[in-house]
Design a protein around this ligand. Structure first.
Ligand code: FE2
Length: 275
């Protein structure tokens, strides 16, 4: 079973069990690839964010790195992250996916000034199946281009985020068994060509602490280097699951930088098996 088939199966079960008035449509999931989370409606959102923000700042100030400084133990913030996921993930379940989800990855990292664009500073897509969505939460104010706004490619006509490959390339995306090759996910030249010659543009997300951008991991995106100071974020990645996990975040199934960023080829393993 590939990720799309599994997602459809998860949706059917969730819709059956949740008995809500309406459920998000499958097409919309693949079309509306980037959106702002309504964090003003999330309980204790700022409290949890500000607690993480303060401790992360101290740690990164003491442990700087050249390109990306990576926070080593997400479970230092177990309580706060449970609070954040407890608001964010059910919202994603009801409004974006229409299926049960669990958190399979959390990254906490700092973007610092860099001379040359490398790694996530280059236009790329994550090269996971389309059914994987990330939410990037700013821990610092991102008020202008000097503060490392998240940037993504949009279609100049409808303003929606562009998902790879689309018109950019015929290179296949990972979908599961049968299509899981990996020949790189950097698309800098392609994107520059599209922006110059066709109606594609870039869009940047500005906002204060707590601003949360939900994006399909295969939306073409990049991080911008900060010009001075730093930008810290929490990045929460979710994955469909047929059956709800005991909690959205779990030490047995939520990982961070210590393990590979590619999901398991078998979507059915979900939270029952650590990737
Ligand atoms: Fe990325």
């Amino acid at each position: 079973m590939n990720y799309t088939q599994y997602f459809k199966k998860c949706k059917t079960k969730y819709e059956d069990e949740m008995k809500l008035d309406s459920h998000p449509k499958l097409d919309t999931f693949y079309e509306d690839t980037v959106q702002r989370a309504p964090t003003e409606t999330f309980l204790d959102w700022e409290d949890n964010i500000y607690k993480i923000k303060a401790e992360v700042k101290t740690w990164f100030d003491d442990n700087p790195d050249n390109v990306f400084a990576k926070y080593p133990n997400i479970f230092d913030f177990k309580e706060e992250l449970d609070g954040i996921a407890g608001q964010l993930v059910p919202w994603l379940e009801r409004n974006i996916y229409g299926c049960y989800l669990y958190v399979d990855k959390i990254y906490i990292y700092r973007t610092a000034p860099v001379d040359e664009r490398v790694s996530s500073y280059v236009w790329h897509y994550d090269n996971n199946p389309y059914e994987i969505v990330k939410s990037i939460i700013y821990l610092t104010d991102v008020i202008d281009d000097g503060h490392s706004p998240f940037e993504y490619l949009i279609d100049g006509v409808d303003g929606k985020g562009v998902i790879f490959p689309g018109e950019i390339s015929d290179r296949p995306i990972r979908t599961g068994e049968g299509q899981w090759d990996n020949d790189g996910s950097r698309v800098n030249e392609e994107v520059e060509f599209m922006i110059e010659n066709y109606n594609y543009k870039s869009n940047k997300i500005y906002g204060g602490v707590g601003t949360t951008t939900i994006f399909n991991c295969d939306t073409i995106h990049r991080t911008n280097p900060v010009k001075s100071g730093y930008r810290d974020v929490v990045n929460i990645r979710v994955k469909p699951t047929l059956n709800p996990a005991p909690a959205y975040i779990g030490e047995n199934y939520t990982t961070s930088f210590e393990s590979n960023g590619i999901v398991n080829i078998n979507p059915e393993l979900a939270w029952t098996e650590l990737i």
